[in-house]
Design a protein around this ligand. Structure first.
Ligand code: SF4
Length: 276
């Protein structure tokens, strides 16, 4: 843990990683939130979470993947980007962000080392987030076009954002085991969100995570497993017969947006198609 440094919005001082329940904007946890330290505990704590708030609190203190815990905390302490070296780093899993009553879920890959892992909020504080939130604002889901830091006033309506893997992985590449360990958090999120009628997968790993979570919940998933593509759509079915549409979108990373593979117009078109 590092010496405390001031939060870029509130000016309050925090150590890195941020201890739970110490006043970080949007921190869902308290000092007493139970911590999962194994895959079995992730399954148990996810399935017993009685609400989305409780689920996000438990997600945000999880320590079940040793490699990812080491990585997220090493970036938050000794490995901060030089331009953020004077800021505290969240250094914990990224909880879901957005409208708790949303009918649309955006499912990403994982937090970025100097984005969500620094700010504690999904897609906040990096180029991927700049691109995504500008589009969410243009299409009417966000109250402002920028997402700089937790506590900056950003609010989403009708949309909630989460990730398949909740901790920043080295080189943005979680292992198969890490994806499987983290899946119960997403699975429970879907169970607690019966109003969700559409999911947008941000990239292939988000697509795979959404399909895996749906299959684990006993939803009907087309066979063979549908392949990810930008603009791809499949209809999943909950056990009660309610359909859930899954839509693919290229990831909003600079790798795609700086090269023109994903343009603002393409992202706007997919986002606008999510409303029923
Ligand atoms: Fe826990 Fe998921 Fe992070 Fe693994 S990736 S430590 S399961 S929150």
């Amino acid at each position: 843990m590092t010496d405390p440094a001031p939060h870029p919005v509130t000016g309050e001082f925090f150590a890195s990683p941020v201890p739970p329940g110490t006043g970080w904007p949007g921190d869902p946890a308290s000092p007493g939130t139970p911590v999962a330290r194994s895959p079995a505990r992730v399954r148990a704590l996810a399935s017993s979470a009685a609400s989305l708030d409780e689920l996000q609190a438990r997600v945000s203190v999880c320590r079940a993947c040793p490699r990812l815990v080491r990585w997220r905390e090493s970036v938050a302490t000794a490995g901060r980007r030089a331009s953020f070296a004077d800021q505290p780093y969240w250094g914990r899993p990224g909880p879901a962000f957005g409208d708790p009553d949303a009918a649309i879920l955006l499912v990403g890959l994982a937090p970025a080392a100097n984005g969500t892992n620094r700010t504690g909020r999904m897609f906040t504080g990096d180029a991927s987030g700049d691109f995504l939130y500008a589009a969410l604002h243009r299409t009417g889901y966000a109250n402002q076009p920028t997402s700089v830091a937790a506590g900056d006033g950003l609010e989403l309506t009708g949309v909630r954002i989460l990730a398949t893997v909740r901790c920043a992985p080295p080189e943005n590449k979680p292992t198969a085991q890490e994806k499987a360990t983290c899946l119960p958090w997403l699975r429970r999120d879907l169970e607690l969100s019966p109003q969700v009628h559409t999911m947008m997968a941000i990239g292939a790993i988000g697509w795979g995570g959404a399909l895996s979570a749906a299959a684990a919940l006993g939803w009907q998933v087309p066979r063979p497993t549908p392949k990810f593509a930008h603009g791809a759509q499949v209809i999943l079915e909950r056990p009660d017969g309610q359909p859930v549409r899954l839509v693919g979108c290229y990831h909003v990373s600079p790798h795609n947006t700086f090269t023109g593979r994903l343009t603002p117009e393409m992202l706007d078109e997919v986002l606008l198609s999510l409303r029923r």
